[in-house]
Write a new protein. Sequence first.
Length: 340
Amino acid sequence: MKPLRVLVLLHPDFMPPDSRAGFSEQEINVWKTEYDVVSTLRASGHEVRPLGVQYELKPIRDEIENWKPDVVFNLLEQFHGEPAYDQNVASYLELLRIPYTGCNPRGLILARGKDLAKKLLVYHRIPVPAFAVFPMNRKIKRPPRLQLPLIVKSVSEDASYGIAQASVVDTDEKLLERVRFVHKRVGTAAIAEQFIEGREIYVGVLGNGRLRVLPVWELQLDGLPEGASRIATEKVKHDLEYQERHGIVEGPAKNISPELRERINNMTKRICRTLELDGYARIDFRLSADNVPYFIEANPNPEIAKSEEFARAAAHDGLPYRALLNRLLALAINREKALE
Ligand SMILES: Nc1ncnc2c1ncn2[C@@H]1O[C@H](COP(=O)(O)OP(=O)(O)O)[C@@H](O)[C@H]1O
Ligand SMILES: [Mg+2]
């Protein structure tokens, strides 16, 4: 790919240093994605400017007008500290007519609501767990059709925020307690879903019209303590020491028959089309004991650090990190061209 000017939008707290030397693993973990993207794009020959963005759009516009980047690498996951505003940043870039990596604003909106995405997918007969939403300040009562055990989550937050072992509830009292916890501590409506006992499966996708589905990836949770639910809690996802202690590793999913793989691939593509996702995305499933892949959530613009599941699955599929980032830039530019 010819060298490009790449403006990298990121949260100012995650502005990466020029080198990792002298930082602890926990410290690096905070800005490793930003570091990986900026350093790898530079190593790939691009001219790269990272820009911290949190409360103001004007710096984005100024950089685009003055520096004239060819493309924006969008690593922003929030604006004003609000994750749901990620779509507004993508909209702004769209209106500025600058190519940007990752998902378009419509896909970001459709995928965000864990309830909305599931409602749309039911229409396309994708298996989804039964669920109910509990808005703030309303009576909390389990509809009789919804059987325990359930898992209670924020309807809109991600990164396992607010997810702990106590999120899985097997009585109405615990349900009430956990819904209140989500309302109070996370500050959003709660969704209670049928708890799918089984394996934790992630599937990466790349592309705009034509989609490339990456190998099925699995988060191994068998090392969790006896009696603990096999779920990706906050600790499982973010606590390096905890991951090591419980042997939490991820890798290509084993013992998936070719038929099941084909089914998961087709489902993944249908999900992306239904939710209008483009750029890159990761679809999360729970694979039940009888091998039914249940849709759990769609993550447009998933974590793209070199060591995390998406990039590892791409590398496993013959797309090493540098090539992957270049592919994301090319997808951004091609999408913009297709509009002209
Ligand atoms: N319906 C479900 N059945 C079983 N486990 C679930 C279910 N929903 C979520 N989980 C577990 O909780 C984790 C986080 O839920 P998810 O909906 O992906 O939220 P987040 O956006 O915070 O990642 C999942 O990775 C999975 O381990
Ligand atoms: Mg998730």
